[in-house]
Design a protein around this ligand. Structure first.
Ligand code: SF4
Length: 495
């Protein structure tokens, strides 16, 4: 992986064609997404004011994005006043350089990590490895992905594509290479797997001097960062090490604690279907050598394409995202294709609109992402910040179509325009098609084949409608009463 791109990834249709043939993957995904989806629906239905919370979340995010410069400067001042240091990173390379230098300056060669989409987006683990620094993932699902030399396939449950037996194999085969080995008699019992992970990770928590995290939110008025999680690994990383480095996208800032109140209600219910997530870690600056927690805190504010997205009037709503993953769990395309097909750390509907904005649409995979949707709108319905994902998808499709791709479609539309503009040519074409109907193939050849791979070509009539009309109805349209009686007969005839 490099800079959030899975190198060598084919376009979405090619990757999805492969993954949809993987029966085990589809079974794992279908089972997991159905359970999360149903639990989320129940958790959301408990709140009578869900619609108001959703509207408030949207309004807070939109307000913050409109005044992002103001709130980021306010945040920087507050973090600095609380003893932290703020760094600004324009892109992945700059962010990786800053973090690597900070770790090297401590003299350490390993870090523990809290699950973080931003650090995956910039390929931080690989960048640190190139500097001789080992980064250990401590979230259970991220641990499974890391030990399995795999890629995450879901925002919230990165190893959603793995079942218990596969996880047992990964732990048994790979844990020893990264630290404490798995017990020899490890089974696929969830309690045993969790215990193996706990023992493996504890050793790392107790030894680590440096931690790297992301953050779900940053509160501008006090310079406070917030991480919500379910396993407690985040709490260990955020409190035990002496140095904490947080890499956070600039869109994660909210103005005040009152604003945070909205998201702390909507995020847990939308993501893990919990009323309140088990661990909410909140910290402001450093506590100093006497206090509990890191004595050095660095905040790396990451742009990496976000200001480009912000400049797009339609596309900027993607920056409202709070990474709950609800849109993935309801998406029929994601459920069948799986997360890897999206070629990015952001899979599913949000990935289809965020990745092309962060990375641009020049590569084949990025240009294909806005088309990775049926536009059914289920993603919009569940989104707790009301991102109109279908609207952004259509907007991005327009951009991709305008940048020179889709030559065949454009040639076809141009040819259709010419034919429709020339009634004689249209009539001749219709007659020819009618005569050839018996010998026409059921599937289109060449690139058009993708269309008929999943659709039947409509049957062609043996004569064009206009010829039929001329033969059966010619002269009957003159005069209103004659016309009316003719229309009435026509309806009967056509039954
Ligand atoms: S787009 Fe909406 S539903 Fe999807 S992850 Fe982001 S906040 Fe959640």
């Amino acid at each position: 992986m490099s800079g959030g791109t899975f190198l060598g990834m084919p376009s979405f249709p090619a990757a999805a064609a492969k993954s949809t043939r993987d029966r085990r993957l589809r079974a794992n995904l279908s089972h997991a997404t159905r359970i999360i989806r149903e639990k989320r629906a129940r958790a959301v239905a408990e709140l009578a004011d869900w619609a108001e919370l959703r509207a408030a979340g949207r309004a807070i995010k939109d307000h913050t994005l409109r005044h992002l410069d103001h709130y980021l400067i306010q945040l920087e001042a507050a973090v600095t006043a609380a003893g932290g240091t703020v760094h600004w990173a324009a892109d992945a390379a700059e962010a990786n350089r800053i973090v690597a230098d900070l770790v090297l300056a401590t003299g350490e060669r390993e870090v523990v990590k809290v699950k973080s989409m931003a650090t995956q987006e910039i390929g931080l683990n690989e960048a640190l490895a190139a500097e001789g620094i080992a980064a250990y993932e401590t979230d259970l699902a991220e641990l499974i992905v890391q030990l399995g030399d795999d890629r995450p396939s879901h925002i919230l449950v990165p190893a959603i594509h793995r079942n218990r037996e596969e996880i047992r194999e990964i732990f048994a085969g790979r844990m020893a290479a990264w630290g404490r080995p798995a017990p020899e008699d490890l089974t696929d019992d969830p309690a045993q797997l969790a215990e193996a992970a706990r023992l493996h990770l504890r050793e790392k928590f107790l030894r680590a001097k440096v931690a790297v995290s992301g953050a779900n939110f940053m509160v501008a008025e006090t310079g406070t960062l917030v991480v919500v999680e379910s396993e407690g690994n985040g709490r260990m990383c955020l409190t035990l090490p002496e140095t904490l480095i947080s890499v956070v996208g600039i869109e994660k800032v909210v103005p005040s604690w009152r604003d945070l109140e909205v998201f702390l209600q909507t995020l847990p219910r939308s993501s893990t279907a919990e009323r309140m997530n088990p661990y909410t870690s909140i910290w402001t600056g450093t506590l100093g050598p006497e206090g509990d927690g890191p004595s050095a805190f660095h905040l790396v504010l990451l742009d990496n394409g976000r200001t480009t997205a912000l400049a797009d009037r339609v596309g900027r709503q993607a920056l409202r995202c709070i990474r709950c993953s609800a849109c993935l769990n309801v998406c029929p395309v994601y459920e069948r294709a799986g997360g890897h097909a999206y070629g990015s750390v952001y899979p599913g509907p949000i990935g289809a609109i965020l990745t092309p904005q962060l990375r641009g649409t020049t590569s084949e995979i990025d240009a294909s992402l806005p088309f990775a949707s049926s536009l059914c709108g289920a993603c919009y319905d569940v989104c707790p910040v009301a991102i109109d994902i279908p609207e952004v998808l259509v907007h991005l499709r327009e951009q991709v179509a305008g940048q020179g791709g889709h030559r065949l479609e454009r040639a076809a539309v141009k040819a259709a325009g010419f034919v429709l503009d020339h009634p004689g040519v249209l009539a001749a074409g219709e007659r020819l098609a009618g005569r050839a109907r018996g010998v026409l193939p059921e599937r289109l050849p060449g690139p058009g084949r993708a269309w008929t791979d999943s659709r039947d070509l409509p049957d062609l009539p043996d004569q064009p409608f206009r010829d039929w009309w001329k033969k059966n109805r010619s002269g009957s349209s003159a005069g209103s009463s004659a016309g009316s009686s003719s229309r009435s007969r026509s309806r009967k005839d056509s039954r």
